[in-house]
Write a protein that binds this ligand. Sequence first.
Ligand code: ADP
Ligand code: ASP
Ligand code: MG
Length: 592
Amino acid sequence: MGIIVQKFGGTSVADADKIQSAARRAIRAQQDGNQVVMVVSAMGRQTDYLVDLAKQICDAPPAREMDMLLSTGEQVSVALMAMAIHALGREAVSLTGAQIGIHTDSSHTKARIQSISTDRMKKLLDEGKIVIAAGFQGIDEDFNITTLGRGGSDTTAVALAAVLNADACEIYTDVDGVYTTDPRLLADARKMARVSHDEILELASLGAGVMHSRSIEFGKKFSVPIHVRNSGSFSDEPGTIIGTSSESADRAVSGAALTKNEAQITIAGVPDKPGSSLTIFSKLAAINLAVDMIVQNMGAEGRADVSFTVLEDDLPKALSAVEKAAKEIEAEGVSHNANLAKVSIVGLGMKTQTGVADRMFRVLADEGINIEVITTSDIKVSALVARDRALDALRAVHAEFELDKPPGDRVAFGEEPHDQQSASPVDVVARLRRMEDLTIDSISLDDSQAQLTLFDVPDRPGIAATIFEAIARENVLVDMIVQSMGRDGLADVSCTVPRKELDHSLSVMNKLAEELGGEVTHEPAVAILAVTGIGIRSHTGVSFRMFKALTEAKINVEMVSTSEVRVSMVVAADKGKAGLSALKYAFADVLA
Ligand code: ADP
Ligand code: ASP
Ligand code: MG
């Protein structure tokens, strides 16, 4: 008999009727011959309500007590769900995280799962009962209740499916599946038939709140088939399958996302030598702050500007950490900028298709939207724009890549399938141990690249579009693109290109400099060092560990790009091999 895990989010259990209809759905799955585990969230907006209540009592509630409080929301809904199933004449048992044995570390309000006991659940299932598990919660070594972070019930569901070797993990929510962008923001958004782990990981971390990103990391690591569907639909309308393949091979872009609450911090005049970035990012890692859009552009006289974005809520914390670092490294000053938003496009097809980024830049320019900062990874392009233009920007890119239209061919376009976990007893024990640890799949070196920078180009809409259109016309596959926030109305734009394309890319750039203003410099031989794996961004220390390893090897980092699944750093080509061994050594404990 197969096991099915069904997860119901807050809106899907918001009142008695909805609880009863979820209960009927579980019973149907059982009648179809499955053993059923339900994972249930707190009812409606109960978690928000509890957070608000705590804030009324004190500004900074102790994290342990916050977890004690928040976990009650799920305890209410599992009990009611069990009652609903009993009322329908079936047997069910509700269990808290602690009763199941979901063991986590002790980082309250953002705990990570370390192991899950399956004995009690299996026994109940074998007795014919429906198991109802409280989402989002666990217990630490000292029996303190912990929670997994907002939205964490998704992670509970996929983790349970992984340890139980379930046939499917169904995520019931208030939309029909995963859309090309948040359907609440854009009426044109289209439901995707399927989406790959890497794409949804990027989308989730770039603002698509439909799934907790750590649940996708689990899905990928343990090959759990995930099906996102609408709890409100009576028919068995298919939702979206999250797996190893993307929706279509002929599309470079699969989805778009928006985060509205971005702020940017710039440290000007950072001495450009090994160790400067390390000091900055170690201070941020120490307070567990996730940063994005790290841009480091070479400046004049051996000094660089380093900037990055944080969520606006984290700005005060981040600024105080950064100001300390700036003093230590004798930087010239720290400035910040709020009222920004990040618009991103994501797609596996970007790895191989040229002329994707420039189309995004052009359509934003046509809308008169200035791009403050650009960063890219192999499967995404992000642009930082003024917050009051954010929705226009999202609408424009969504239309440009025709995301509202179904893809022409339905050929699934795959990522490398992750190692299937076999069910031998040894593997099962291994998979239970430290489930959420960082896993690094590969550390790679590409020392065939060159770097081009256009300095001091006028910062106005259309600059990036003009530059990358010109390069795309030459059919050059640009890898990393970085544009930093303009100082005095000027911006710097850098990219890497294959070294054999350097000469004609350089002549394109020189011509652009004549037309637009600015000055071109280039590094004929650079190397890209990339660390790829699972949990890269949620383990905030990855960039920091890389900076540390490279600094200790006395290697200077020229450019950085981060994504959910990879961090890449550009260094001088002759430092590539040394950098590779330094990184292999630094990540030896987590290298798969
Ligand atoms: P639940 O309570 O079921 O966990 P959430 O509110 O966490 O539900 O997630 C569902 C919501 O995610 C949707 O109502 C939708 O507005 C939002 N969302 C954001 N981006 C996307 C997307 N790309 N596809 C679908 N939904 C999205
Ligand atoms: N109830 C928790 C929250 O709202 C967990 C969840 O619903 O996933 O964040
Ligand atoms: Mg959710």
